[in-house]
Design a protein around this ligand. Structure first.
Ligand code: FPP
Length: 256
């Protein structure tokens, strides 16, 4: 089934009309996004870095809306990494207030749109007001069955894998599982994202071409899509373009 969508897409810095035809029967089930470039977006405008994060928060809302319209089942958004604590304290505090602000502003709409809010990451170190806001949203959306909006907050992939290995080792020690029972499926079930599964598509904005400790286990067969666009400038059309490019790639999973 081909659905013709007409969107405004940026071409050579000029807004021009471009037809994006997406095959709605092949929409990626799970999309993971590294939202990068907030600081540079702000700097370019002579604004403080946090202005970029504030703008980035609004883009999260727009992307959730578009993903939901297209039938995406899960979106995992990298909101704060275990390495982001190295940033200046006021910036960290600002980012930690964003989930609360985001949910205060948009939770009623998200509930209306049948979205389920989730969180993955290490809780230790995250301020209690941040956790409270997210947990309340998780609770209030737990009976929904639409798109899963999964915030990676204080998340680091190596930390996640280390926790999984530790948990497995202790269960082997306790005799609950045998070492020969350890396979990829079992390891995957110990990952924080086990509920949403592996992403089919990863998007990273801002021109950086690296994974920055994000979902290293889960991205083994994921299609990677990079754009120079800074996250606060990312639009629904950019999401469509990423999905179109994904649909034009041949996924062979190591086969022929
Ligand atoms: C990376 O850009 C961005 C972050 C570390 C923060 C991401 C947070 C948001 C987009 C808002 C999240 C919203 C919610 C609802 C939690 P950067 O600061 O590293 O940009 P730079 O590389 O240009 O400096």
């Amino acid at each position: 089934m081909l659905n013709k969508l007409t969107n405004l897409t940026k071409t050579n810095n000029k807004e021009s009309k471009k037809d994006i035809q997406l095959d709605l029967s092949r929409i990626p089930r799970h999309i993971a996004i590294i939202m990068d470039g907030n600081g540079r977006w702000a700097k370019k405008r002579g604004l403080p870095r946090v202005a970029g994060h504030r703008e980035g928060m609004k883009v999260v809302r727009k992307v959730v809306k578009r993903a939901n319209e297209l039938g995406v089942k899960a979106l995992t958004m990298y909101a704060f990494s275990t390495e982001n604590w190295k940033r200046p304290k006021p910036e960290v505090e600002f980012i930690m207030k964003l989930p609360e602000q985001f949910l205060l502003t948009y939770l009623p709409e998200l509930i209306e749109e049948n979205v389920q809010v989730r969180i993955m990451g290490e809780k230790k170190g995250v301020p209690s007001y941040t956790l409270k806001a997210v947990h309340e949203a998780v609770e209030r959306t737990k009976h929904n069955d639409g798109l899963i909006l999964n915030f990676a907050l204080n998340y680091g992939s190596r930390y996640e894998i280390t926790q999984a290995v530790r948990q497995l080792a202790s269960e082997i020690e306790e005799g609950k599982i045998k070492s020969e029972e350890v396979d990829e499926k079992l390891i995957g079930s110990y990952m924080m994202s086990s509920e949403v599964g592996d992403p089919e598509l990863l998007i990273r904005t801002s021109g950086e071409i690296r994974l920055s400790n994000f979902m290293l286990w889960q991205l083994a067969y994921t299609e990677l899509w990079f754009t120079d666009v800074y996250w606060p400038d990312f639009t629904a059309s950019d999401l469509d373009q990423a999905i179109l490019d994904y649909q034009n790639r041949g996924r062979r999973f190591g086969g022929v």
